[in-house]
Write a protein that binds this ligand. Structure first.
Ligand code: MLC
Ligand code: AMP
Length: 522
């Protein structure tokens, strides 16, 4: 097969670099799925070429956004690769997002192409066409849908588009403490530089060293599953065992044939509940990585006792991809639980006080970062983007932490009002705004409280208007119809009032304390 992209050195397109790392034997297995499908490297190259040719045939404007809300499938990953190689901008959307949320993303991003499930085609296409989108395709997780039907007629050879490091490759929407979601713009250079650093830092093994096999168990519409996992495996020419959804028993079985696992802490908590988890079942594994949410030290220790493996915790964000990691190689240092390790090579990380001054070693402050991995800004929000950067170009993460004398970073909290539930970010302001619009509601507060499975979940405290009669279950049901399920508080209480400080601000710390036992028995 003639491929024109084997020499990516002068092309900064991320796909060109990934393609160059494919093994020489293109007929070997690249992806094996939990429903018995096998994709070779040649399949990845050809199918992504066909999809790229389809996108190319649509005569899209330069920088066109391809918005995608589909279930996890290898074809969804191929569409991502196709979008990169065709030089367009991939815009992944969580499958949990509801109509109102999708309407906002489509209006804001103005995608040229929208890809959705057949089940949602009716309402998604209506929204998209109204917003000016010209092409709406369907893609289902059983390899059906109009996208693949159309691509089947396209050539399976495609020249990777030439990209500059600064060219936009992906937009990931993240919510915020005020207002609506913001689209974080990530460039080919952001993603490739980070993937290259992680390849070395985590000691991905070459074929000569025995190679690696990754268990891909995460959703592919966020940084962890889309970038860290997929780029990691592809850039090393490593096979993936592809789980369409996380099932601890299936993941445990896969460990017999894999070497690397990546998960949010909830995945580790659920695996620990499996009686079959032990030294024998994880004997062939080389590396367990955790991130996206804080891992309790109890989970870290329990994992070490049960399996003999020390989890490697790392820290990242949609805006920055990966920032810090515990060391993989012992000579670089130990893996310390409850820390997120050391800044990755190329990342400058500092702790600042409220006035922007630096703090002494070990003191707590805001985490600020700089590096080739840090995003380009928020989509069509130049003012907001500028506000998030310091005068000397550091991005304010909104996380609060400290750095010890050896350089290990510990995250102790967040200056942003954010709940991280099972690895998903939930912004209380968005939920409160939704509750406050409901009839009979005077005001509300949503706080995160500890939860054994999800780490943290939301609890809503709602005050009724005088004479109002509120039903907590009805409030939760109404939220479920409007917001992604993971954002919906797991409990709701109607209360007489909310505690306020002398400035009139709701004392969320106090509420968190008051309701900290709400899930003690879960
Ligand atoms: C599902 N639910 C959640 C939830 N996931 N609620 C709160 N938080 C979550 N994360 C809801 C369901 O809709 C359901 O609601 C109920 O909780 C029980 O669901 P479940 O069946 O137990 O959930 P499941 O489908 O098994 O999903 C759980 C999960 C999933 C942990 C596998 O949430 C997940 O894949 N999380 C990973 C997220 C991730 O990839 N984050 C990376 C972001 S990138 P109901 O009402 O129907 O009962 C990032 C940067 C970085 O942060 O550093 O990596
Ligand atoms: P997201 O916006 O979904 O990319 O989430 C990024 C946020 O997840 C960060 O700002 C942190 O608050 C949090 N996060 C990521 N990794 C970790 C970790 N290992 N420990 C604690 N928090 C983390």
């Amino acid at each position: 097969m003639t491929v024109s992209n084997l020499h990516p050195t002068n092309n900064s397109n991320l796909y060109a670099a990934l393609r160059a790392a494919f093994p020489a034997d293109l007929d070997s297995v690249a992806v094996e799925t939990d429903n018995g499908l096998f994709y070779s490297w040649r399949d990845l190259e050809r199918a992504s070429a066909m999809l790229a040719n389809l996108l190319g045939s649509l005569e899209l404007p330069s920088g066109a956004r391809i918005a995608v809300q589909v279930e996890k499938s290898v074809e969804a990953m191929l569409l991502y690769l196709a979008t990169l190689r065709a030089g367009y901008v991939f815009l992944p959307l969580n499958t949990a997002y509801q109509r109102g949320e999708i309407a906002y993303f489509i209006d804001n991003a103005e995608p040229s192409v929208v890809v959705c499930t057949t089940r949602n085609f009716g309402w998604v296409s209506k929204l998209a066409f109204k917003a000016g989108t010209r092409h709406v395709f369907t893609l289902d997780d059983d390899r059906t849908g109009s996208l693949l039907q159309r691509a089947a007629h396209c050539p399976d050879q495609h020249t990777v588009v030439h990209s500059q490091p600064d060219d936009l490759g992906v937009i990931i929407y993240t919510s915020g403490t005020t207002g609506r979601s913001k689209g974080a713009m990530l460039t080919h250079g952001n993603m490739l530089s980070n993937a290259q650093v992680l390849k070395d830092y985590w000691g991905w093994r070459s074929a000569e060293q025995g190679g690696d096999v990754l268990i891909h168990a995460l959703p592919i519409f966020h940084v962890h599953g889309l970038f860290v996992a997929i780029h990691g495996a592809l850039l090393n020419g490593s096979k993936m065992i592809w789980l369409s959804r996380f099932d601890p028993q299936v993941a445990l079985q896969a460990m017999q044939r894999a070497t690397v696992f990546m998960g949010v802490p909830t995945l580790y908590v659920r695996l620990l509940a499996e009686p079959g988890l032990g030294r024998e079942s994880t004997r062939g594994m080389r590396l367990f990585i955790s991130g996206s949410a804080p891992m309790l030290i109890e989970t870290f220790e329990a994992w070490r006792v049960r399996t003999g493996h020390t989890i490697l915790e790392r820290y990242g964000m949609s805006e920055t991809v990966m920032l810090t990691s515990n060391p993989y190689f012992p000579e670089k240092g130990e893996r310390r639980g409850a820390t997120v390790g050391l800044p990755l090579p190329g990342v400058s990380l500092r702790i600042s006080d409220d006035a922007g001054g630096s703090v002494p070693v070990g003191d707590i402050g805001g985490i600020e970062v700089k590096g080739p991995n840090v995003f380009k800004g928020y989509w069509r929000m130049p003012q907001k983007s500028a506000e998030e950067f310091t005068a000397d170009g550091y991005f304010r993460t909104g996380d609060v932490g400290k750095v010890d004398a050896q350089g290990y970073v510990t995250i102790v909290g967040r200056s942003k009002d954010l709940i991280i539930s099972g690895g998903y970010n939930v912004y209380p302001a968005e939920i409160e705004a939704c509750i406050n619009e409901m009839p009979g509601v005077a005001e509300s507060a949503v706080v995160g409280v500890p939860h054994t499975d999800f780490g943290e979940v939301g609890v809503a405290l709602v005050v009724a208007k005088p004479g109002g009669d509120l039903n907590p279950l009805a409030i939760i049901a109404a939220l479920k119809s409007r917001l992604a399920n993971f954002k919906v508080p797991k409990l709701c209480f109607v209360v007489d009032d909310l505690p306020r400080n002398t400035m009139g601000k709701v004392q969320k710390g106090l509420l968190r304390e008051q309701y900290s036992d709400a899930f003690r028995s879960t």
